[in-house]
Design a protein around this ligand. Structure first.
Ligand code: 5GP
Length: 215
């Protein structure tokens, strides 16, 4: 019998150790709980890198510069974008958001799986740039549940919440363009994170691995 294609852990509990690092996009509408799910994934203490986005929006109470986001003025952000320092950038609800390129290439070089938390336009850009990326759409159990969560947020004015809900309606229609859809049901955060971890394990067990090239 010929040996397994790669990895010493075939048949064991873990995924093959030598599979190439993944670029994982966690996307979905504002309010669906991407930050909470990512917080849950961070607890798993895996060789995973979670990118810190650069943005021109103001910090919300409790957010720390360099940890939750890198908060920039528009001029600095656009200068970074124009000099190629952002892997992707998108304008969302009147503010800029973008993934610093250096963070991603450095983490991939170290063999870490890289997680990007981005809205739906940004996910499209990544798909075009790196077709090997794993695209995961985080979805609410229902539109009503999402509307409830956006409405409860104390951090945004009612007008901003309504604008985000309208964007969300369009974003939810894009789910078929993704590789996976994970439900983030109210009160079942651990389940959503477990499903994402299962996707990562399955991806690492693929015979035809995804090898990400960014340049
Ligand atoms: P928020 O203002 O609620 O933190 O983020 C607004 C939207 O921008 C969310 O859907 C969030 O996931 C998305 N976002 C966060 N970081 C990035 C990024 O680096 N690129 C893009 N395209 N979207 C991002």
């Amino acid at each position: 019998m010929s040996p397994p294609p790669r990895g010493e852990a075939i048949g064991g509990g873990d995924a093959p150790a030598d599979s190439p690092p993944l670029l994982v996009v966690i996307s979905g509408p504002s309010g669906v709980g991407k930050d909470s799910v990512i917080g849950e994934l961070k607890k798993k203490d895996k060789p995973w890198h979670f990118t810190v986005t650069a943005t021109t929006r103001a910090a919300r109470p409790g957010e720390t510069d360099g940890v939750d986001y890198v908060f920039l003025d528009t001029e600095t952000f656009l200068a970074m974008r124009d000099s190629g320092q952002l892997l992707e950038s998108a304008e969302y609800s009147g503010r800029w958001y973008g993934v610093p390129r250096g963070q991603v290439s450095e983490a991939l070089k170290q063999g870490k799986d890289v997680f990007l938390k981005i809205e739906v336009q940004g996910a499209e850009t990544i798909r075009a740039l790196a077709p090997e990326a794993v695209l995961i759409f985080l979805a609410p159990a229902s539109f009503e549940e999402l509307a409830g969560r956006l409405g409860q947020r104390q951090t945004e004015a009612a007008e901003e919440a309504a604008r985000r809900l309208e964007i969300a309606r369009q974003e939810l229609a894009q789910v078929s363009r993704y590789d996976y859809c994970v439900l983030n049901r109210d009160g079942r955060l651990e389940e959503a994170a477990a499903h994402i971890e299962a996707i990562i394990i399955a991806e690492k067990c693929r015979v035809a691995t995804r090898r990400v090239r960014l340049d």
